[in-house]
Design a protein around this ligand. Structure first.
Ligand code: MLT
Length: 379
């Protein structure tokens, strides 16, 4: 494991550079942190909920461990619109996908073998290393379009998948996900499916949930987040879906949560509920459209420079080739010569070497400015 968490290392490097060059205007396209404020529907719900907490008739103490019914019900209806039927008892409200993809390991035996794609969101690997688990890797690379498929010869009990993918922006289609579901069913394995970026999928033929795939309810857990879809990176709310048909994991997770977690605050859950209202959905779509306009622009400039890349469509991440350069050298070059921050692919695993991630999370003006600087460097 690296000495420091990838995004902490980058933040340190950027602060050191800024301190030494206070006159430089740095544009951040590194960590996937949103820049557009919470939408009106969410803020109004939050204000109303805070007021309720100040009145004796409406004050609330501890909430249900799984989350309030008003929110799990709204999430169930959201899934229903996308063609997935869930029971509210299969939905658990959390403070975000990052914590849950790590905490979920509490309900698996220590001897379970874990499979992670390489490159990968560092949390999957680091949390397993911290717990001393055996981790196997599956190569995700240019030749498989950064969408690896299962290798029947490799046996694993727990498999992490992320689609739309962080860091590559690549998205599995239904046939590809079906291969993973079939593999998991055959090997009695569980897929931990990170769907934190599902809202970015606009291509109707692509799955937004693994539960769109037949058989998935018997072998998959899904993690979702309001961070990137509704600007909750600082507000913190997500949800995890554990089907009742999946061994006894639903009951075990409730046992785990009720022991170690006292839930997300009432105010935040009311704000999250508003995300799923008609107004909320319209407003967050407007914000996501801004990021996707940025992604399109980034991709267009890279195309004009002849730089190979994936992502940027159905995903806020753009994963590009550094050509002959190593990815940390590319990071330094961009920081020092263009004052643009991205994320070096090597930070996501050995197959990330030679690649680089840019995010679309910024305003359009800054994105255009950053891409102009990059164009100047590479033309
Ligand atoms: C990223 O940049 O990969 C994400 O923002 C990290 C996260 O969601 O924790």
């Amino acid at each position: 494991m690296q000495d420091s968490y990838l995004f902490a290392t980058i933040a340190q490097k950027v602060s050191a550079y800024s301190a030494a060059h206070p006159d430089k205007e740095i544009i951040k396209m590194g960590i996937g942190d949103v820049t557009i404020p919470l939408c009106k529907a969410v803020v109004e719900a939050g204000v109303k909920a805070v007021k309720e907490m100040g009145e004796k008739e409406t004050f609330r103490g501890y909430g249900p461990y799984e989350g309030y019914d008003f929110l799990t019900g709204a999430i169930r209806n959201y899934y229903k619109k996308n063609g997935v039927e869930l029971d509210i008892s299969e939905i658990f409200v959390s403070d975000g996908a990052k914590s849950d993809v790590a905490n979920i390991l509490d309900i698996f035996g220590q001897d379970n073998v874990v499979l992670v794609p390489d490159p990968v969101y560092p949390v999957y690997l680091d949390t397993n290393v911290m717990l001393g688990r055996e981790v196997k890797f599956i190569d995700s690379n240019k030749s498989n379009g950064f969408l690896p498929l299962p290798d029947g010869k490799v046996k694993a009990d727990i498999i992490y998948l992320c689609s739309p993918n962080n860091p590559t922006g690549a998205v599995y289609n239904k046939e590809q996900l079906k291969c993973w579901v079939d593999y998991a069913l055959k090997n009695d394995a569980v897929i931990l499916f990170d769907a934190a970026y599902e809202f970015y999928v606009t291509d109707k033929t692509l799955p937004r949930s693994i539960f769109e795939i037949e058989g998935a309810k018997k072998c998959a857990i899904e993690f979702c987040s309001l961070s990137k879809t509704a600007g909750f990176t600082g507000t913190r709310c997500g949800y995890t879906v554990i089907p009742k048909a999946l061994k006894n994991l639903n009951a075990m997770w409730l046992r785990r949560q009720s022991t170690k977690f006292n839930g997300v605050s009432y105010v935040v859950q009311r704000m999250a509920e508003a995300v799923f209202s008609e107004k909320g959905q319209e407003q967050i779509k407007t914000n996501v459209d801004v990021y996707m306009k940025n992604a399109k622009h980034i991709s267009g400039v890279l195309n004009s420079l002849g730089i190979w890349h994936t992502g940027g469509v159905n995903s806020p991440y753009i994963w590009l080739s550094c050509g002959e350069m190593k990815s940390w050298d590319f990071f330094d070059k961009l920081l020092e010569q263009a004052n643009v921050v991205g994320t070096p692919g090597a930070g996501f695993g050995k197959n990330g070497e030679g690649f680089f991630r840019l995010t679309a999370f910024n305003n359009y003006e800054n994105t255009c400015k950053a891409m102009q600087r990059i164009e100047k460097l590479f033309k």
